[in-house]
Design a protein around this ligand. Structure first.
Ligand SMILES: [Cu+2]
Length: 209
C-alpha cells in the first residue's frame, strides 16, 4: 500500500486572486471560494473517482433527506447521469417519455447482483434505496448506452470527479477532515486527514504510474 502524500497545489488566503487567473489561463478547474479542489485518478470505464470528506469534529452534519434525488428517463437518456445520494435514502426514477418504455437495472460497480431490475413504462415511478456506501451502475436493458452512475456516501462532503480526475468540493468550512478516495478498481485507498483552511485548498490524489 502506497501512502499518499498531501501535495498542496496551491493554498491561497484572501487577497491572493492571482491563482484564479493562472488557473483559468491553464484551463484548470474553477476554484471554490471556500473549499477543496485538486486531481484524482482519471475515470475508468466511464466510472469517475469519488472524493469524500468527513468533518472530524462531527459538527458538519448533512440533512437527513439529503440525497433524495429523482432521475428522469426522457429522450433515451437518464437525467441527470451522475448523482450522489446516501445509503438508505430513496432515489426515484421517473419516465417522462410519451410512449417509450424503459428498464432500470441498478448494480454495485463490479457486482453481478441487481439492487433493482424493473420495467419503467411512461408515467411510472420506481424507487430504490442503495444498501451500502459505494458506486452503482444504472443501465437500461432496452437501450444499450443508456447509462447513469450513482454514488452512495456517508461523508459530509462528496464530489464526483470529472473524466480527467479533476474535482471541486464547494463550501467546505475550515477544519480537520478525513479524506477518503474511491475508485472503480479494487484498489484500497487508505483514509487520511487533511486540514482545510480559509479559501481554497489544493489536494493531489492522482496515483503514481
Ligand atoms: Cu431505455
Amino acid at each position: 500500500m502506497v501512502a499518499l502524500a498531501a501535495i498542496p497545489l496551491a493554498v491561497c488566503g484572501p487577497g491572493e486572486p492571482a491563482s484564479e487567473a493562472s488557473s483559468a489561463e491553464a484551463g484548470g478547474p474553477v476554484l471554490p471560494t471556500q473549499g477543496v479542489y485538486g486531481r484524482s485518478p482519471a475515470a475508468a470505464g466511464g466510472i469517475p473517482s469519488v472524493i469524500m470528506l468527513t468533518h472530524v469534529a462531527g459538527t458538519d452534519v448533512p440533512d437527513a433527506d439529503e440525497g433524495a434525488v429523482t432521475i428522469d428517463q426522457f429522450g433515451l437518456t437518464f437525467s441527470p447521469t451522475r448523482i450522489v445520494t446516501r445509503p438508505g435514502v430513496s432515489v426515484v426514477f421517473t419516465n417522462s417519455e410519451a410512449a417509450v418504455a424503459h428498464n432500470v437495472r441498478v448494480r454495485a460497480v463490479g457486482d453481478t447482483v441487481d439492487v433493482l431490475d424493473a420495467d419503467a413504462n411512461p408515467g411510472e415511478r420506481l424507487t430504490v434505496e442503495l444498501p451500502a456506501p459505494g458506486g452503482y451502475d444504472v443501465l437500461c436493458d432496452m437501450h444499450p448506452g443508456m447509462t447513469a452512475f450513482m454514488f452512495a456516501s456517508d461523508a459530509t462532503h462528496t464530489a464526483l470527479a470529472e473524466t480527467d480526475g479533476t474535482f471541486v468540493l464547494e463550501d467546505v468550512p475550515p477544519g480537520t477532515y478525513t479524506l477518503q478516495l474511491w475508485t472503480a478498481d479494487d484498489r484500497v485507498h487508505e483514509p487520511r486527514r487533511i486540514e482545510v483552511g480559509t479559501g481554497h485548498t489544493g489536494i493531489d490524489l492522482a496515483l503514481p504510474g
